[in-house]
Design a binder for this molecule. Sequence first.
Ligand code: PGA
Length: 251
Amino acid sequence: MARMKIAAGNWKMNTNFEEGLQLARDLSNANRPDDVLTLLAVPCTHLKSIIDQTLHVPNLEIAAQNFHHEKNGAYTGETSIGMLSSISAQYALIGHSERREYQRESNELLAQKVKLALEEGITPIFCCGEKLDIRKQGYHLGYVKYQLNEGLFHLSPEEFSKVIIAYEPVWAIGTGETASPQQAQEMHAEMRKSIARQYDQGLADDVSILYGGSVKPKNAKELFSQADVDGGLVGGASLKADSFLEIIHSF
Ligand code: PGA
């Protein structure tokens, strides 16, 4: 997959059904640049309706926020990857830090999910990022490379070429504190280097790496202007069409 500019909104557990449909409608109808892919990671209850509603909208795709690591079975309350593909979902977040933290999702389990998604033809948006104590100790670069190694590097080059990555330092998520453009660039460049070492320079150059963690209209432009930052995974600021549109226009 060629490298893309991507503005991804992660709605998390926000919006009721009507609000979600309206937000997707507002974004669909708005003027958005041709060369930026808008991605919306919406709640499970909204997925099918928003996928259907946006089917013919250019440059706008819908993502699931999660799915189970087993194909099917006795897992009450869970959603399988096959269920997602049966409603034509094309993308899915994997390993968001909130799931790593609250649902104790391990690297091993996430590696399984990445494989499952690719088998179903769903593009994984693989999230990684360090907590504050790890950054303070100076281990952040190695830590994130370890997450890539455990979560993605079991893939063949062909499989890896279909993945999108989001670097989201945990200390910047929902805190109003953003990584500086230099901090984001340093990490993204390191990630690309380690991908080049594992696979080759071509794959490293082609993979889209998004930054996430308090991306706002006021800081998006500077973050997105960094050489290795291909866009953002945006939580809070993606919940209002106006602020998300400003971010979409920040490339
Ligand atoms: P935030 O969330 O923009 O609200 O910090 C980002 C994310 O968790 O993806």
